[in-house]
Design a protein around this ligand. Sequence first.
Ligand SMILES: Cc1cc2nc3c(=O)[nH]c(=O)nc-3n(C[C@H](O)[C@H](O)[C@H](O)COP(=O)(O)OP(=O)(O)OC[C@H]3O[C@@H](n4cnc5c(N)ncnc54)[C@H](O)[C@@H]3O)c2cc1C
Ligand SMILES: *[C@@H]1O[C@H](CO)[C@@H](O)[C@H](O)[C@H]1NC(C)=O
Length: 503
Amino acid sequence: MSTKRWILCAFVFISCVLASSHRPLDENQLFVQDVLQSDGKDYCKPYGQIRDTCCDYQSVESIQSDTFSKIQALVQSKFFKYYKLNLWRECPFWNDDGLCMNRDCSVATTDESLLPEEWRQDALGALQMSPKGSAFQPFKVCTYKDQDFCVADDPSDQDVVYVNLLDNPERFTGYTGPSAGKVWQAIYEENCFNIVHKMSEGCPTCSAISPVPSNSPPLGPLLQDLAGPTGDDGDDEVCLEKRVYYRLISGLHSSISIHICDEYFDRTTGQWGPNLDCFVNRIGAHPERLQNIYFTYAVVLRAVTKLDDYLAQYPFQTGDVAEDEKTKILIHDLISSTKDCPATFDEKTMFQGADSRSLYVEFRDHFRNVSRIMDCVGCEKCRLWGKLQTTGLGTALKVLFAYEDKSLSYRSNPRLLNHNEVVALFNTFNRLSESLEAIQKFRKMYADRLAPPPQQRQLAQTVGDWLKWLLDGARTMAHKLIKLGQLPVPSFLDDPLEPLDPL
Ligand SMILES: Cc1cc2nc3c(=O)[nH]c(=O)nc-3n(C[C@H](O)[C@H](O)[C@H](O)COP(=O)(O)OP(=O)(O)OC[C@H]3O[C@@H](n4cnc5c(N)ncnc54)[C@H](O)[C@@H]3O)c2cc1C
Ligand SMILES: *[C@@H]1O[C@H](CO)[C@@H](O)[C@H](O)[C@H]1NC(C)=O
């Protein structure tokens, strides 16, 4: 091979390698691009009123940015980082043998002797609170009051353990397949007032999970519909209470999915980190799921703010008076900073119709059942967070619906919430806050993928300049060679050669 030919080949090779770094978007990205180009609106940034609440998306995001560091500090405090539960209760509804044996599924427990003695006495006290006159009696041990939306673990059970939540973060565990699917299915199909199909009617993306469809319709119109107060999303005939129920469950589900995607384990690199494709598949491509997180956040936030007075007198009993005081200040400070939008949700609009009492009982009993279904989750860590978050949501519902406002003071109702309910409520609020935080992160990652950030752009520009320089060089060289008549022009050089004067 002649030297000239070598030089040309080297130029061509380098040019091709450089050119190939400008890969075209793959199918997945094109689909995402569809979602993004929704009328010039930001991806995953819904606008307008959150349906069935008194709040719009922007207010929720602004409350979120004011409170995020506060709730994060709170859940790291001594009172809030320990949760007590039974991780090994049998699934009461079916035989589950799909226990996840993955290391990431297991939970590290905390030795009870390291914790304040008062907490153990609290557990014994809770036993005396067994219900009187509850109509709902399907389980042997009654660990709930008439007002409770959850069936709690029996605190005297030998299997009850303390868990340090900070040591056991909710994240990707690899728990999936029929066992996980069955739990979600039971929740939606048997415990959701049978409205799942109605709620997802007119929602072409609802059942589209993975793989991402290559030619799905643009989601712009959907995003707009669902954000608007008079959205035409086919669920108008479902009454408010049932919609609220469905949205709460779906919002919780979305939130769990986001945590999985935000702390995802990449098997190829062995690293934990956010996974944009996971987010797009599970949430980003389904606007209604995204919106349901905001909804659930608004409801839980409302319950938290209603507890301001109650918690100001709550005995945290961490074994350290200064720590108790600090906890109170943190909570009050957190709640004060949410007052911008005082009523994110108006609980008074619920259960007002003719059949309100039976609807209320049904709502509560379905939710209690969901809390029992959590014992069917076949992965310890998922079960821990599933139980905690259903307890947190159930606590919010109890605060909002089971009591008159005047019964929410510590003086008139000191037993309103037990230790675990307070811990669960605030940790659930924190998980939802983390989801909103993660949505912003994914929004940014998504934008970066489509249009690289300045640094990358700069690099791309440098590479572009280089490429130009090389191509110019190649062109000149090829030009010369062609002139010499020694070489045929390779077809892929046609393009770069075009601007040159015809030979
Ligand atoms: C209580 C619970 C806790 C879990 N915790 C973890 C965990 O901590 N870590 C972990 O890695 N895995 C966890 N899992 C498993 C995880 O939730 C998924 O089931 C699993 O990752 C498989 O996901 P998937 O994409 O098949 O869809 P899934 O999330 O299993 O969803 C099943 C179906 O429900 C519908 N759906 C999905 N999202 C929504 C929504 N937001 N609203 C309405 N409908 C929806 C879709 O039709 C979907 O096909 C948990 C499961 C349960 C039941
Ligand atoms: C409770 O859940 C189980 C399992 O999904 C279901 O079979 C049962 O009908 C539910 N009961 C109530 C009261 O919702």
